[in-house]
Write a protein that binds this ligand. Structure first.
Ligand code: HAM
Length: 429
């Protein structure tokens, strides 16, 4: 047996997955979002330029693909173009922005969502996969802070009211504009260079200090965490406009009854963020406790070659982590029931054709029907029961001759002979 690839999984039962997708589609349509689809294959450059070369995703986790044809020696001599440098997408924001730019979308805000598999070469563990699934939602072309409040409230309503998840917190931070960031980085660097800090931080933080200093706050080492307790926070170093926006956002969320907690160390793992950043976290998930994350990315459209700068905000939630949270709540969710199953049992192969014709007729009337072709009468009845059949329709030689079927109600056990011509009306009753 060849097993599945490490860090991937099979969804043998897609009920919960489809329930979430149907629910988010319905929810997002209320906020006037439309669905888009972008390819799973994208150019490596797209992510390098947007996520930042020193982020974990780019430096360690990319699934870069070399097409067999490009490997062939004849092709080797060709100068490598961006077409050859392709990868499996690790996230959905950069592709959405690429599509926005490439299709020269002019009607803004462009409110779109997409969903599907993403790929990151991470160490697999509970809630962390190498192939996982995200729902990505983006609003491109709106910079109003009220847009952030509306967007975050939209997510909160979905998790809390539609999915009825209660065990989570919404954590927020404000990363300021680019000039705030520039000034803050100097202040943070000064703090990190203090002798008692610089010498005691872990090796990874030494590296981060040089290349991606704000990520020091994500360090899991207890000593580093202790040292950073007195670190300066960006939200205390905002310009007047950003400071006003940050307060306005918190006020609007309060007015919308969206509970939130200020987490000054929340920086997010991707480089494109500025101003608002947020995460939905749940202690019920274990170590991988974030099930949704996002924020503003006002520079990304221009950075990826857009003809004009466009402020934007977005977020993505991980299907696997939301499914983990929903699994214990399955019974209280409004998951639509499967249609009642009708199983036709032809007693011998002489009734197979009649079974095919009858089943075809039933399905044409939206009646969910299956036929059992193999086994003894006893084993077929057992199987029908196991499949959860509401009714079994038995056809033997007598029924075939008399143009009837023996209809058995699997709940009550009641049996009746019924003319084939009356079957639809009887079952639709
Ligand atoms: P992210 O925080 O990297 O953000 O991922 C969003 C969510 O995807 C996470 O909160 C988590 O639920 C899920 N996720 C990430 N990695 C894995 C994994 N290895 N296994 C299982 N689930 C995972 C983004 O991807 C941004 N593009 C979000 C965004 C949209 N920001 C603005 N717009």
């Amino acid at each position: 047996m060849i097993p599945r690839v490490k860090g991937t999984q099979d969804f043998i039962d897609c009920t919960l997955y489809n329930f979430i997708i149907d629910a988010i589609k319905k929810h997002l349509s209320l906020y006037h979002f439309t669905e888009i689809q972008t390819p799973i294959l994208e150019s490596v450059d797209l992510f390098q330029r947007s996520l930042g070369t020193h982020t974990d995703v780019i430096s360690k986790e990319m699934f870069v693909i070399e097409p067999a044809a490009a490997k062939a020696s004849a092709d080797r001599s060709r100068t490598e173009s961006s077409e050859d440098r392709i990868c499996l997408r690790p996230e959905g924001t950069a592709p959405t922005v690429r599509a926005f730019n490439e299709h020269r979308i002019e009607t803004v805000p462009w409110k779109v969502f997409s969903y599907g598999p993403m790929f990151r070469y991470e160490r697999p563990q509970k809630g962390r996969f190498r192939q996982f699934h995200q729902v990505t939602m983006e609003v491109i072309g709106s910079g109003a802070i009220a847009q952030d409040a509306q967007f975050i409230a939209m997510l909160d309503r979905f998790f809390h009211e539609t999915l009825q998840i209660n065990s989570y917190a919404l954590v927020l931070n404000f990363l300021g504009c680019s000039s705030d960031r520039e000034k803050y980085l100097v202040i943070l660097k000064k703090f990190m260079n203090k002798e008692d800090i610089a010498q005691r931080i872990c090796e990874q933080c030494k590296e981060r200090k040089e290349h991606n200093i704000m990520r020091i706050f994500d360090c899991k080492t207890a000593t580093c965490q202790e040292l950073y307790k007195n670190a300066p926070h960006i939200a205390d170093h905002l310009c007047q406009t950003c400071s006003q926006e940050w307060h306005e956002l918190q006020k609007q969320l309060n007015l919308l009854s969206v509970s939130h907690v200020y987490r000054p160390t929340l920086v997010r793992g991707l480089d494109y963020y500025n101003k608002t950043v947020f995460e939905f976290v749940s202690k019920n998930l274990g170590a991988q406790d974030t099930f949704c994350g996002g924020g503003r990315y006002n520079q990304l459209v221009a950075q990826l070659g857009g003809h004009q700068d466009q402020p934007a905000i977005g977020a993505a939630f991980g299907m696997e982590r939301v499914m983990l949270l929903l699994e214990p709540l399955r019974d209280q969710l409004n998951i639509p029931h499967l249609a009642a199953l009708h199983v036709i049992i032809p007693m011998t192969s002489a009734q197979h054709t009649l079974a095919l014709l009858l089943a075809d007729e039933l399905r044409a009337h939206d009646i969910c029907t299956d036929i059992l072709f193999e086994g003894s009468m006893k084993s077929m009845m057992k199987k029908a029961n196991k499949l959860g059949a509401a009714y079994v329709l038995i056809i033997g030689e007598t029924e075939q001759e008399n143009r009837t079927v023996m209809l058995k109600n699997m709940t009550t056990g009641a049996e009746e002979q019924i003319a084939q011509i009356d079957l639809i009306a009887r079952l639709k009753k």
